[in-house]
Ligand binder design. Structure first.
Ligand code: 7PJ
Length: 287
């Protein structure tokens, strides 16, 4: 049984799947179009996503889509810190900070964030040392290359074991600074230096990344692995994203990172009803 320890004595029980809702506060986020860059609307959107069934709000101020420009520290802080503070005042939900910058991690946790989600797996300057001092769960994501160039020619001799070798190396780096591996979540990083075929091989074998006692996060919502397979623009990828979310959850991913929370919640509830059974009042059996 895997339970993440959060600040202020709170916990996140990963024996069942959780929805992590994407809350981009970038002006250039590809599927949100910068529609809630003002703090108020970002917080209202977060509260709505929680009502729809998310347990984690993942707040990001850097766009990591292929080809996206780098964001300055100042811009990233100005985007995310006020939103974290304002959301924390209004909710005790799990707040995740999607960043690779040590200073953003530190200020985000001070402002009320509970979890670090780093697509660069704590490899930026000072990130590992800073994260080790913050005592929050950390999601380590695999990426081949850098966001600007990662999709140019992804190549692996052995996809699954190369990703796991990377995880083992990063977990060891974390442990060497005193981070408990029970606080680490692993994410194979759909679309981050992977071809279409790589992405589907990863999805099919996502349980293979449950190593060293760590649980797995899957983020494939609206990504090109859906769009390119189906020839769908970003606003037409809902059905494909839901199929991917369900497959990932059924194969053992415990955190599903999505944009379409209400629909993903419905899908997971149908699966859980089937899997766990219902009592005679229609409530999910516990355990
Ligand atoms: C991911 C992420 C992902 C984790 C993004 C997008 C691109 N963090 N941040 N995993 N993707 N942990 O949302 O499509 O897959 S940004």
């Amino acid at each position: 049984m895997s339970i993440l320890k959060l600040p202020r004595g709170r916990e996140l029980d990963l024996s069942q799947p959780h929805i992590m809702a994407v809350l981009n506060v970038t002006p250039d986020s590809f599927s949100d179009g910068g529609s809630h860059t003002s703090y108020d609307s970002a917080v209202n959107k977060a509260l709505e996503l929680l009502k729809q069934g998310a347990t984690i709000i993942d707040i990001g101020g850097e766009s990591t889509r292929p080809g996206a420009p780098d964001v300055s520290l100042e811009d990233e802080l100005n985007r995310v810190i006020p939103v974290i503070k304002a959301l924390r005042e209004r909710s005790d939900c799990v707040i995740s900070i999607d960043t690779s910058k040590a200073k953003v991690m530190a200020q985000a946790v001070a402002a009320g964030a509970d979890l670090i989600n780093d697509v660069r797996a704590l490899q930026e300057p000072d990130a590992l040392q800073t994260a080790a001092g913050l005592n929050v769960p950390i999601c380590l994501m695999h990426m081949q290359g850098q966001p600007r160039t990662m999709q140019s020619a992804p190549k692996y001799d052995n996809l699954i074991s190369e990703i796991n070798d990377f995880f083992i190396q990063r977990i060891q780096a974390c442990e060497s600074l005193g981070i408990d591996k029970k606080q680490i979540i692993l994410d194979p990083g759909f679309g981050f230096g992977k071809t279409l075929a790589h992405n589907y091989e990863i999805l099919n074998q996502i349980d293979a990344f449950k190593i060293m006692g760590c649980e797995v996060l899957a983020g494939l919502s609206r990504k090109s692995m859906i769009g390119n397979l189906l020839s769908r623009d970003t606003d037409e990828r809902l059905a494909g994203s839901l199929a991917g979310a369900l497959i990932a959850a059924q194969k053992g991913a415990k955190i599903i990172r999505v944009h379409d929370v209400a629909q993903t919640s419905d899908v997971l509830k149908v699966w859980q009803a089937c899997e766990k059974g219902l009592d005679n009042k229609g409530n999910l059996n516990v355990g």
